[in-house]
Ligand binder design. Structure first.
Ligand SMILES: O=C(O)[C@H](O)[C@@H](O)[C@H](O)[C@H](O)COP(=O)(O)O
Length: 260
Protein backbone atom coordinates (compact mmCIF):
# COMPACT_ATOMS: atom_id res chain seq x y z
CA UNK A 1 0.00 0.00 0.00
CA UNK A 2 1.56 3.30 -1.09
CA UNK A 3 1.77 6.11 1.45
CA UNK A 4 -0.27 9.14 0.36
CA UNK A 5 1.74 11.95 -1.21
CA UNK A 6 0.24 15.43 -1.10
CA UNK A 7 0.63 18.32 -3.51
CA UNK A 8 -1.11 21.58 -2.63
CA UNK A 9 -1.79 24.15 -5.36
CA UNK A 10 -2.83 27.80 -4.96
CA UNK A 11 -6.41 27.33 -6.18
CA UNK A 12 -8.68 24.87 -7.98
CA UNK A 13 -7.90 26.20 -11.44
CA UNK A 14 -4.19 25.71 -10.93
CA UNK A 15 -4.81 22.29 -9.37
CA UNK A 16 -6.75 21.24 -12.49
CA UNK A 17 -4.09 22.61 -14.85
CA UNK A 18 -1.26 20.96 -12.91
CA UNK A 19 -3.13 17.66 -12.74
CA UNK A 20 -3.77 17.83 -16.49
CA UNK A 21 -0.07 18.45 -17.17
CA UNK A 22 0.83 15.58 -14.85
CA UNK A 23 -1.66 13.30 -16.66
CA UNK A 24 -0.26 14.16 -20.10
CA UNK A 25 3.23 13.22 -18.92
CA UNK A 26 2.03 10.00 -17.33
CA UNK A 27 0.17 8.93 -20.49
CA UNK A 28 3.08 9.88 -22.79
CA UNK A 29 5.50 7.90 -20.61
CA UNK A 30 3.21 4.85 -20.51
CA UNK A 31 2.73 4.96 -24.29
CA UNK A 32 6.47 5.34 -24.84
CA UNK A 33 7.22 2.26 -22.77
CA UNK A 34 4.27 -0.04 -23.54
CA UNK A 35 2.61 1.40 -26.63
CA UNK A 36 -0.63 2.26 -24.86
CA UNK A 37 -2.04 3.77 -21.67
CA UNK A 38 -5.05 3.12 -19.48
CA UNK A 39 -6.76 5.84 -17.43
CA UNK A 40 -9.85 5.80 -15.22
CA UNK A 41 -11.86 9.03 -15.22
CA UNK A 42 -14.03 10.42 -12.46
CA UNK A 43 -17.13 12.61 -12.52
CA UNK A 44 -17.78 15.83 -10.67
CA UNK A 45 -16.49 19.37 -10.88
CA UNK A 46 -12.86 18.62 -10.06
CA UNK A 47 -12.72 15.61 -12.39
CA UNK A 48 -14.29 17.50 -15.26
CA UNK A 49 -12.05 20.47 -14.47
CA UNK A 50 -9.00 18.33 -15.12
CA UNK A 51 -10.49 17.14 -18.44
CA UNK A 52 -11.24 20.71 -19.52
CA UNK A 53 -7.70 21.76 -18.56
CA UNK A 54 -6.36 18.80 -20.54
CA UNK A 55 -8.37 19.85 -23.60
CA UNK A 56 -6.78 23.32 -23.39
CA UNK A 57 -3.25 22.13 -22.55
CA UNK A 58 -0.53 23.15 -25.08
CA UNK A 59 1.03 19.66 -24.84
CA UNK A 60 -2.34 17.91 -25.27
CA UNK A 61 -1.48 16.23 -28.53
CA UNK A 62 1.74 14.76 -27.25
CA UNK A 63 -0.73 12.04 -26.23
CA UNK A 64 -1.47 9.41 -28.88
CA UNK A 65 -5.22 9.52 -28.33
CA UNK A 66 -5.77 6.46 -30.53
CA UNK A 67 -3.81 4.31 -28.08
CA UNK A 68 -5.51 5.33 -24.86
CA UNK A 69 -8.01 3.17 -22.96
CA UNK A 70 -10.50 5.19 -20.93
CA UNK A 71 -12.58 3.66 -18.13
CA UNK A 72 -14.84 5.21 -15.50
CA UNK A 73 -14.70 4.97 -11.72
CA UNK A 74 -18.43 5.50 -11.55
CA UNK A 75 -21.43 6.57 -13.56
CA UNK A 76 -24.86 7.91 -12.89
CA UNK A 77 -27.37 5.24 -14.02
CA UNK A 78 -29.45 7.47 -16.30
CA UNK A 79 -30.55 7.33 -19.95
CA UNK A 80 -27.91 7.69 -22.67
CA UNK A 81 -27.13 11.34 -23.31
CA UNK A 82 -28.51 12.56 -20.00
CA UNK A 83 -26.56 15.75 -19.12
CA UNK A 84 -25.98 14.37 -15.62
CA UNK A 85 -24.05 11.33 -16.91
CA UNK A 86 -20.30 11.47 -16.35
CA UNK A 87 -19.71 10.35 -19.95
CA UNK A 88 -21.86 13.23 -21.24
CA UNK A 89 -19.84 15.74 -19.21
CA UNK A 90 -16.51 14.12 -20.16
CA UNK A 91 -17.43 14.32 -23.85
CA UNK A 92 -18.19 18.03 -23.50
CA UNK A 93 -15.03 18.70 -21.48
CA UNK A 94 -12.54 16.73 -23.61
CA UNK A 95 -13.53 13.53 -25.38
CA UNK A 96 -15.30 15.14 -28.33
CA UNK A 97 -12.16 17.23 -29.00
CA UNK A 98 -9.61 14.42 -29.35
CA UNK A 99 -9.31 11.47 -31.78
CA UNK A 100 -9.95 8.58 -29.38
CA UNK A 101 -10.49 5.03 -30.63
CA UNK A 102 -14.17 4.46 -29.76
CA UNK A 103 -13.44 0.76 -29.06
CA UNK A 104 -11.10 1.91 -26.28
CA UNK A 105 -13.61 4.22 -24.57
CA UNK A 106 -15.27 1.88 -22.07
CA UNK A 107 -18.53 3.56 -21.12
CA UNK A 108 -20.57 2.27 -18.18
CA UNK A 109 -24.08 1.21 -19.36
CA UNK A 110 -26.98 3.66 -19.39
CA UNK A 111 -30.37 2.92 -17.85
CA UNK A 112 -31.94 2.68 -21.33
CA UNK A 113 -29.21 0.44 -22.68
CA UNK A 114 -29.06 -3.36 -23.18
CA UNK A 115 -29.67 -4.06 -19.46
CA UNK A 116 -32.63 -1.73 -19.09
CA UNK A 117 -33.06 -0.46 -15.55
CA UNK A 118 -31.32 -3.53 -14.04
CA UNK A 119 -28.32 -1.73 -12.53
CA UNK A 120 -26.89 -4.98 -11.11
CA UNK A 121 -26.84 -6.54 -14.58
CA UNK A 122 -25.24 -3.38 -15.94
CA UNK A 123 -22.59 -3.47 -13.20
CA UNK A 124 -21.88 -7.15 -13.89
CA UNK A 125 -21.49 -6.41 -17.60
CA UNK A 126 -18.89 -3.73 -16.85
CA UNK A 127 -17.07 -6.13 -14.52
CA UNK A 128 -16.96 -8.65 -17.38
CA UNK A 129 -15.61 -5.99 -19.75
CA UNK A 130 -12.88 -5.19 -17.23
CA UNK A 131 -12.04 -8.90 -16.83
CA UNK A 132 -11.82 -9.34 -20.61
CA UNK A 133 -9.34 -6.47 -20.75
CA UNK A 134 -7.26 -7.86 -17.90
CA UNK A 135 -3.97 -9.49 -18.77
CA UNK A 136 -2.62 -12.71 -17.21
CA UNK A 137 -0.59 -10.59 -14.81
CA UNK A 138 -3.79 -8.99 -13.49
CA UNK A 139 -5.15 -12.15 -11.88
CA UNK A 140 -8.19 -11.91 -14.17
CA UNK A 141 -10.04 -9.09 -12.48
CA UNK A 142 -9.23 -5.70 -14.01
CA UNK A 143 -6.56 -4.38 -16.39
CA UNK A 144 -3.60 -2.47 -14.99
CA UNK A 145 -4.71 1.13 -14.91
CA UNK A 146 -1.79 3.56 -15.24
CA UNK A 147 -3.77 6.29 -13.47
CA UNK A 148 -7.11 6.11 -11.70
CA UNK A 149 -8.52 9.54 -10.81
CA UNK A 150 -11.10 10.10 -8.08
CA UNK A 151 -12.92 13.21 -6.99
CA UNK A 152 -13.52 13.35 -3.24
CA UNK A 153 -16.95 14.19 -1.86
CA UNK A 154 -17.45 16.43 1.21
CA UNK A 155 -18.50 13.24 3.04
CA UNK A 156 -15.23 11.55 1.92
CA UNK A 157 -16.94 9.41 -0.77
CA UNK A 158 -14.95 8.42 -3.84
CA UNK A 159 -16.51 7.13 -7.06
CA UNK A 160 -19.98 6.14 -5.82
CA UNK A 161 -18.72 4.51 -2.64
CA UNK A 162 -20.35 6.31 0.27
CA UNK A 163 -19.56 6.07 4.00
CA UNK A 164 -21.21 3.05 5.67
CA UNK A 165 -22.96 2.04 2.40
CA UNK A 166 -22.78 -1.55 1.05
CA UNK A 167 -20.52 -0.65 -1.89
CA UNK A 168 -17.61 0.47 0.28
CA UNK A 169 -17.73 -2.86 2.14
CA UNK A 170 -17.44 -4.95 -1.05
CA UNK A 171 -14.26 -7.03 -0.99
CA UNK A 172 -14.76 -9.44 -3.93
CA UNK A 173 -16.60 -7.83 -6.84
CA UNK A 174 -14.94 -5.14 -8.96
CA UNK A 175 -18.12 -3.28 -9.95
CA UNK A 176 -21.36 -2.78 -8.04
CA UNK A 177 -24.77 -1.23 -8.56
CA UNK A 178 -25.48 1.57 -6.08
CA UNK A 179 -28.96 2.37 -4.77
CA UNK A 180 -29.93 5.29 -2.57
CA UNK A 181 -26.83 7.34 -3.26
CA UNK A 182 -26.77 10.34 -0.90
CA UNK A 183 -25.48 12.34 -3.87
CA UNK A 184 -28.13 12.51 -6.61
CA UNK A 185 -28.97 10.74 -8.77
CA UNK A 186 -29.74 7.85 -6.43
CA UNK A 187 -28.83 4.96 -8.76
CA UNK A 188 -25.26 4.53 -9.92
CA UNK A 189 -22.58 2.09 -11.03
CA UNK A 190 -19.25 2.13 -9.22
CA UNK A 191 -15.88 0.45 -9.12
CA UNK A 192 -15.21 -1.02 -5.69
CA UNK A 193 -12.16 -0.41 -3.49
CA UNK A 194 -10.48 -3.66 -4.61
CA UNK A 195 -10.80 -2.51 -8.23
CA UNK A 196 -9.56 0.99 -7.34
CA UNK A 197 -6.58 -0.45 -5.47
CA UNK A 198 -5.49 -2.47 -8.51
CA UNK A 199 -4.42 0.76 -10.24
CA UNK A 200 -0.73 1.58 -10.42
CA UNK A 201 -1.43 5.15 -9.36
CA UNK A 202 -4.52 6.57 -7.66
CA UNK A 203 -4.87 10.35 -7.82
CA UNK A 204 -7.43 11.95 -5.51
CA UNK A 205 -8.60 15.38 -6.62
CA UNK A 206 -9.95 17.74 -3.96
CA UNK A 207 -10.29 21.49 -4.31
CA UNK A 208 -12.50 23.96 -2.48
CA UNK A 209 -13.16 24.65 1.18
CA UNK A 210 -16.12 22.25 1.16
CA UNK A 211 -13.56 19.42 0.94
CA UNK A 212 -11.25 20.53 3.79
CA UNK A 213 -12.96 18.42 6.44
CA UNK A 214 -13.11 15.32 4.21
CA UNK A 215 -9.43 15.64 3.26
CA UNK A 216 -8.33 16.02 6.89
CA UNK A 217 -10.50 13.09 7.99
CA UNK A 218 -9.41 10.74 5.21
CA UNK A 219 -5.72 11.49 5.78
CA UNK A 220 -5.81 11.39 9.57
CA UNK A 221 -6.41 7.71 10.07
CA UNK A 222 -10.17 7.26 9.52
CA UNK A 223 -11.22 3.79 8.37
CA UNK A 224 -12.33 3.20 4.78
CA UNK A 225 -15.92 2.32 5.72
CA UNK A 226 -16.33 5.61 7.57
CA UNK A 227 -14.17 7.50 5.02
CA UNK A 228 -14.00 5.70 1.65
CA UNK A 229 -11.30 8.09 0.36
CA UNK A 230 -9.04 6.65 3.08
CA UNK A 231 -9.19 3.29 1.30
CA UNK A 232 -8.22 4.62 -2.13
CA UNK A 233 -4.59 3.59 -2.63
CA UNK A 234 -2.56 2.85 -5.73
CA UNK A 235 -0.17 -0.08 -5.90
CA UNK A 236 2.78 2.18 -6.70
CA UNK A 237 1.50 5.65 -5.81
CA UNK A 238 -1.32 7.45 -3.99
CA UNK A 239 -1.36 11.14 -4.82
CA UNK A 240 -3.64 13.76 -3.30
CA UNK A 241 -3.90 16.80 -5.58
CA UNK A 242 -5.33 19.64 -3.48
CA UNK A 243 -5.75 23.36 -3.44
CA UNK A 244 -4.98 25.43 -0.34
CA UNK A 245 -8.67 25.64 0.59
CA UNK A 246 -9.11 21.87 0.62
CA UNK A 247 -5.84 21.45 2.55
CA UNK A 248 -6.79 24.05 5.18
CA UNK A 249 -7.69 21.56 7.95
CA UNK A 250 -4.73 19.24 7.48
CA UNK A 251 -2.49 18.81 10.52
CA UNK A 252 0.79 20.66 9.97
CA UNK A 253 2.61 17.33 10.08
CA UNK A 254 0.83 16.25 6.86
CA UNK A 255 1.33 19.52 5.02
CA UNK A 256 3.91 18.98 2.25
CA UNK A 257 7.17 20.81 3.08
CA UNK A 258 7.38 22.57 -0.31
CA UNK A 259 4.21 24.47 0.37
CA UNK A 260 4.80 25.06 4.09
O1 LIG B 1 -20.32 10.73 -10.19
C1 LIG B 1 -19.87 11.50 -9.33
O2 LIG B 1 -20.54 12.33 -8.74
C2 LIG B 1 -18.40 11.49 -9.04
O3 LIG B 1 -17.71 10.48 -9.55
C3 LIG B 1 -18.15 11.73 -7.58
O4 LIG B 1 -17.42 10.71 -6.94
C4 LIG B 1 -17.39 13.03 -7.53
O5 LIG B 1 -16.07 12.82 -8.03
C5 LIG B 1 -17.31 13.57 -6.12
O6 LIG B 1 -18.64 13.68 -5.63
C6 LIG B 1 -16.65 14.95 -6.12
O7 LIG B 1 -17.40 15.78 -6.93
P1 LIG B 1 -16.99 17.36 -7.06
O8 LIG B 1 -15.60 17.36 -7.65
O9 LIG B 1 -18.03 17.95 -7.98
O10 LIG B 1 -17.03 17.92 -5.68
Amino acid sequence: MSTPQLVVHRDKELMAQAAAARLITKIVDAQASTGSASVVLTGGRNGNGVLAALAAAPARDAVDWTRLDLWWGDERFLPEGDPERNITQARQALLDSVPLDPKRVHIMPASDGPYGTDVEAAADAYAEELARAAGPENHGAVPTFDVLMLGVGPDTHVASLFPEHPGVRETERTVVGVHGSPKPPPTRISLTLPAIRSAREVWLLAAGEDKANAVAMALSGAGEVQAPAAGAHGRARTLWLLDTAAAAQLPRSLYPPASA
